[in-house]
Design a protein around this ligand. Structure first.
Ligand code: ZN
Length: 84
């Protein structure tokens, strides 16, 4: 993970959710449904594509955060960074 990514990961990491799900919480109902659709069709909507779209709408997120969530490797699934 790059330093820039590490910085992106830091804010809002609480409550057992990753940054992607924190952003999802702030979205409108329509956008939330869109994001859910993207997360189902991961081949058409790759992590970099989704990250780019989210960043274009003013959110701070890296493709790796999306990839981690899709892989089940994020706080949503009880996986945390650092020593356990
Ligand atoms: Zn997650």
């Amino acid at each position: 993970m790059s330093l820039a990514d590490a910085l992106n990961e830091t804010p809002g990491r609480s409550g057992g959710k990753c940054i992607l799900m924190h952003i999802r919480d702030t979205l409108s109902e329509v956008d939330r449904a869109t994001l859910d659709k993207w997360n189902e069709d991961t081949r058409a909507f790759t992590a970099p594509k989704v990250a780019k779209a989210l960043r274009a709408s003013g959110h701070t997120i890296s493709a790796s955060s999306i990839r981690n969530h899709r892989a089940g490797d994020c706080p949503c699934y009880g996986v945390h960074d650092g020593p356990r």
